[in-house]
Write a protein that binds this ligand. Structure first.
Ligand SMILES: NC(=O)c1ccc[n+]([C@@H]2O[C@H](COP(=O)([O-])OP(=O)(O)OC[C@H]3O[C@@H](n4cnc5c(N)ncnc54)[C@H](O)[C@@H]3O)[C@@H](O)[C@H]2O)c1
Length: 335
């Protein structure tokens, strides 16, 4: 099949592209290679992909309306995996406009391309951050998510609503995936796992927010890739006879579905730091700080719905995942 993967130089995009390219699919990957974090890391991920003859890279910004229309005219995509976005909760306080360009205008341009080509299935990235300060655990896709605590989260919730409307109007099958703290080799330098590992290995202090009183549903990259590849073939159907629309649930008239994609078990931040200490053999110097604006204290995914449709449960616990990450980090940065 021919796939469009957006954000292909990114952490998750590159890993998904590698898996699909190794299975022989034709991959057209786009990215604007922005400098939100180390561009060399993005280029190194693309170098990995360049070894596949069935991989083509297009340097393109999602917000470039004409460029995106040309891309959809030029190729005949069977599936679209839309992972490009301006990520990061904290950065959305500093540079809000880039979130509107990449996540709102960009998402609309992807939807428009999918409409013009009547794409077989669009799978796109949402985020656990849509749950905001919800206090009912674990987080379920049936929970109300109308109270985002960052602009980033608001754009992700907007993506879900925009996608639903296109699925309803034009019968385009769309599936939103709410990712929960993805980590692993080739990971993002702006995320805790990366920053902590770097500083612990260099003997520098790490910033521990909310005095360590946080927990995250850490999800290893290989589990994410396996789930994304499987969900591609679970195509939501238009259900003509359904008389009602429950917009937050998969009981939908429109061919739109939403899933949590997480490990399904939260890990306390301090346990995570202890795992890192054990694997690196170094003591972390913790700089305890208050909670950051826009951040949430706890995440925990209810993944029953996803498991029911893809039949796959995450295999990596945090100790094994941290072990693989630290190995990669040491090799890549020669530390
Ligand atoms: N990693 C996580 O823990 C996590 C959690 C929740 C949601 N997500 C979502 O998953 C998706 C992938 O995340 P990631 O961790 O791989 O992030 P990433 O930043 O590594 O990858 C995103 C890629 O998109 C590209 N990009 C950004 N804006 C663009 C634009 N306007 N045009 C073209 N390319 C653009 C970036 O250059 C980058 O390479 C994102 O949508 C993110 O919001 C990730």
């Amino acid at each position: 099949m021919q796939f469009l993967i957006t954000g292909v130089a990114g952490f998750i995009g590159h890993a998904v592209a590698r898996k699909l390219a190794s299975q022989g699919h034709q991959i057209i990957g786009i990215d604007n290679l922005n400098d939100y974090y180390d561009v060399l890391l993005k280029q190194a991920r693309l170098e990995n992909l360049a070894s596949y003859p069935n991989f083509v890279f297009v340097h393109l910004d999602l917000a470039n309306r004409d460029g995106m229309a040309e891309l959809f005219n030029k190729y005949d995509f069977d599936r679209v995996i839309h992972l490009a976005a301006q990520a990061g909760v904290r950065y959305s306080l500093e540079n809000p406009h880039v979130y509107a360009d990449s996540n709102l205008v960009g998402h609309l341009n992807v939807l428009e391309g999918c409409r013009q080509q009547q794409i077989g299935h669009l799978v796109y990235a949402s985020s656990s951050s849509v749950y905001g300060m919800n206090a009912k655990f674990p987080f379920s896709v049936t929970d109300n998510v109308d109270h985002p605590v960052s602009l980033y989260a608001a754009t992700k919730k907007a993506n879900e609503l925009m996608s639903h409307s296109y699925s309803h109007l034009y019968k385009i099958p769309t599936t939103g995936l709410r990712f929960f703290t993805v980590y692993g080799p080739w990971g993002r330098p702006d995320m805790a796992m990366f920053k902590f590992t770097k500083n612990v290995l260099e003997g520098k202090p790490i910033d521990v927010y909310n005095h360590g009183e946080m927990s995250r549903d850490f999800t290893y990259i290989d589990d994410i890739v396996e789930s994304v590849v499987r969900i591609m073939e679970v195509i939501p159907q238009y259900r003509e006879n359904l008389a009602y629309i429950k917009s937050t649930h998969n009981d939908n008239k429109a061919p739109h579905a939403l899933y949590n994609i997480g490990h399904g078990s939260p890990v306390c931040l301090m346990d995570f730091i202890h795992a890192l200490e054990k694997i690196t053999g170094k003591k972390a110097i913790c700089n305890y700080l208050p909670m950051q604006p826009g951040d949430v204290q706890r995440t925990w995914a209810d993944t029953d719905d996803l498991y029911q449709v893809i039949g796959y449960q995450p295999k990596y616990d945090v100790e094994e995942g941290v072990y693989h990450f630290v190995n990669w980090f040491r090799n890549y940065y020669r530390i």
